[in-house]
Write a protein that binds this ligand. Structure first.
Ligand SMILES: [Zn+2]
Length: 239
């Protein structure tokens, strides 16, 4: 009897130790704050990162593009570097909260899914999306531009945890208002898929954020990029 009591005591002590260990691990988990850098003296855009982006693209033989499209891509790359490096982008994304883009099927394994949103359950904090989107100072995107038959409803696509963005050619026209800005927003959306976020439309209605497209991480990142570029354009910082 005494021996059983002693064993129980040992088990109890061990479980308290394990409990306190995991608790202290939780408490000491590093809260990564983005490194704050001084704004460049000649730029009104405040930066919190120094993001470098490489863009490569291929064009299928049946696709049609403006003759100046290489310049558009160059400008799009610059804009994405500016936005992803900026305090405006970080601050706006931090304010948002997204639904679980892998609710019905969690096959995306290219990063550790982090929740911690403001709605109890499986919502994702904007900070988690931001951290997953830009874990390093440099990243690259590879794009294939193609003609997609007569389909003019989809700008393009990318697979969750994939490596390549598909962009349909029909909307890549100089008549498109601020083409480089629109392309930046589109590639930001698709790049969010590459970082693991899907469009999950089957989140249960019991969850408040379930049916709101604005709570989708890929649409959210695209929207924030668009909003930041609109703000800078209105302020005369970019054209
Ligand atoms: Zn999408």
């Amino acid at each position: 009897m005494k021996k059983i009591f002693q064993i129980s005591l040992i088990i109890l002590t061990a479980s308290i130790m394990i409990g306190s260990c995991s608790k202290s691990k939780e408490a000491s988990a590093p809260e990564e704050e983005p490194k704050k850098e001084e704004p460049k003296s000649n730029s009104p855009i405040e930066t919190v990162k120094d993001i470098k982006l490489a863009v490569t693209y291929t064009v299928t033989t049946d696709a049609t593009l403006p003759s100046t499209f290489a310049d558009t891509v160059k400008r799009t790359r610059e804009l994405l570097e500016m936005v992803f490096s900026s305090k405006d982008f970080r601050d706006e994304l931090y304010k948002r909260n997204f639904h679980d883009s892998a609710y019905t099927k969690s096959t995306s394994t290219c990063f550790n899914r982090v929740y911690g949103g403001t709605v109890a359950g499986r919502s994702i904090a904007g900070k988690a999306v931001y951290d997953n989107l830009l874990p390093n100072g440099t990243f690259s995107i590879a794009v294939n531009i193609r003609k997609n038959g007569d389909n003019t409803t989809t700008l393009g696509s990318a697979s969750a945890c994939g490596s390549r963005i598909t962009t349909n050619d029909y909307w890549l026209r100089l008549s498109e208002k601020r083409l480089a800005q629109r392309l930046a927003r589109h590639w930001a959306h698709e790049y969010t898929h590459i970082r693991g976020y899907r469009h999950d439309s089957n989140v249960p209605s019991g969850y408040k954020w379930g049916s709101d497209v604005n709570k989708d991480p890929a649409y959210g990142v695209g929207d924030v990029v668009g909003d930041v570029l609109d703000k800078w354009t209105a302020a005369g910082i970019i054209k």
